[in-house]
Ligand binder design. Structure first.
Ligand code: ADP
Length: 365
């Protein structure tokens, strides 16, 4: 059977059947719809409304969702009401963000984990690398910058937990497996997809960097691993331009297409002068859990060759293993379990860290 894949034009047409509350126009022509996205049959969009009328427009929100739900291939629809308000800082900006674009944080190194596309195992790599670094005795934080689809709450087994505030109005990161953790998923009520426009992405990221008690001047984090959203968007640029980013680790599967996307990500980070710390090949070989036989389902060695071509370090291969998935789903990353599959992550973390040993700290704290 051929699966229908709803496209944006179909969804827009469906939304044009919904009238603007003033009755003159439909909601699309009236410019109310923003942030429309479709991902794996899940449609998300925002309806921009007057903040004073927000609650009264709940029925409009439901009507807009209903208009899209019947489109073949649509599995779920999430519409949110948003009210654009002028930015007003809630408290004085101690870091002088507006004047000094680079945040001065109690963090020695920020390492981003990125991928050219989704589903390559970036978040799984990020948490396992972070755990492996913490096991070397480093103070490690993990920031989930994937504010469109946060996965750190699930991967750390902390879904539903909320960080508390300290006396300095900072959020105290949650802790698990020796890591300090922060995710937008700890701050919102449910795991529904969210709508964020560029400036909102920047604000959310700043806040999760600046307003979180990652460390102190006396006791800074040695490394903050940042799980980036897939692709090359606002979050990538914000991090590259506004933080002392030590560099980025790019995760790819061995398939040609994934590698093309990985190359694009590498090029994008190079353009904004972010050092590429290395490439990791995930889902490299398939290990049969019954007999231990290894097979190369997606080909093998593509990422190593790509790294050579791009002249960046190759940090290692992570096998495709059902336990990696099962342990991740259970919120117990393999690296924290003394599992056989932890070895590949530990080796990659070792390579990554050894790359720093000859380098000065990116920024004195
Ligand atoms: P991304 O962050 O790139 O979207 P995830 O880390 O969420 O990807 O991984 C996508 C899925 O693949 C998850 O279900 C995860 O458990 C699984 N996965 C990731 N790496 C592996 C691996 N090496 N072996 C088996 N399953 C994996």
């Amino acid at each position: 059977m051929i699966m229908s894949r709803p496209d944006l034009a179909m969804i827009e047409n469906a939304l044009r059947t919904v009238r603007h509350p003033d009755g003159k126009d439909d909601i699309v022509s009236a410019g109310m719809v923003s942030g429309l996205q479709v991902r794996d049959g899940v449609v998300v969009f925002a309806l921009e409304v007057d903040p004073n009328r927000g609650p009264a427009l709940e029925s409009l929100r439901q009507e807009a969702e209903a208009a899209v739900r019947h489109i073949p291939g649509v599995k779920n629809v999430q519409a949110v009401l948003t009210a654009e308000r002028p930015q007003r800082p809630s408290r004085p900006d101690p870091h002088g963000m507006s004047k000094n674009p680079v945040l001065d944080l109690p963090i020695k190194r920020i390492i981003a984990v990125a991928s050219g596309k989704g589903g390559v195992g970036k978040s799984t790599v990020a948490i396992n690398l972070a755990v492996a670094l913490a096991q070397q005795g480093l103070r490690v934080g993990l920031l989930d910058a994937d504010i469109y689809g946060p996965s750190v709450p699930r991967l750390s087994g902390l879904t539903g937990q909320r960080p508390r505030q300290n006396d300095f109005e900072q959020l105290v990161p949650l802790e698990a497996y020796g890591l300090k953790l922060m995710s937008i998923g700890f701050l919102v009520e449910n795991e529904a997809p969210m709508i964020w426009r560029g400036p909102m992405v920047q604000t959310a990221l700043y806040q999760m960097l600046r307003d979180v008690a990652w460390g102190t001047r006396e006791n800074p984090l040695d490394v903050l691993v940042v799980d980036m959203p897939p692709g090359t968007g606002d979050a990538q640029l914000t991090l590259a331009q506004k933080t002392p980013l030590a560099g980025v680790v790019v995760v790819s599967t061995p398939q040609d297409l994934a590698l093309i996307d990985a190359r694009k990500a590498v090029e994008m980070f190079r353009k904004v002068n972010v050092p590429i710390l290395g490439l990791i090949e995930n889902m490299s070989t398939f290990c049969c859990p019954q007999c231990g036989h290894e097979s190369h389902i997606f080909g093998h060695g593509g990422a190593r060759l790509e790294a050579e071509k791009l002249q960046i370090p190759f940090l290692g291969e992570i096998p495709l293993h059902p336990d990696i998935r099962a342990f991740s789903d259970a919120g117990t990353p393999v690296a924290a379990q003394g599992h056989k599959q932890a070895a590949a992550y530990k080796a990659a973390a070792g390579h990554l860290w050894s790359g720093f040993s000859h380098q000065p700290l990116p920024r004195a704290v």
